[in-house]
Write a protein that binds this ligand. Sequence first.
Ligand code: SF4
Length: 148
Amino acid sequence: MYEELKKTRAHSQLPSCLADGVRFSCTDCGLCCSGAPGKVRVSEEEIREISEYRNQSETDFRSSETRVVKGEVLLKEKENGDCVFFVNNRCQIHEVKPRQCRTYPFWFQNVRNDRAWQKTCKECPGIGQGKWYSPEEIVEVVMDELNS
Ligand code: SF4
């Protein structure tokens, strides 16, 4: 599916449970920002935006808030696995958060089949309510994340 989706951008590649679209609006519950360790990638452009938003030099931002793993620049995490910017149950950089955060839950790994999407539905209470996403819009978001 991965190659086909990248090549065709066809929403027919989505699993059947997403074939008619889905509602999703983030409730700011913070579940995807906390808990088990993960990997939040930040691009050069995002590093510029976030450090500017925080009135911090890029050099300071890189050394205090990011780590490099196998060549990828990632946001640091706290010891409990929470994102370093998840403070008082809130994202401290919500307005400029990385594309990877903005595109959740429509990540390829979550939409690759019905089972993966059903698992994601259990993890994200924002799914099933709010803004309607057509299959075409879902594919656009998936592609956005894949290209990040
Ligand atoms: S788990 Fe879903 S509803 Fe909760 S913060 Fe993440 S995207 Fe929003």
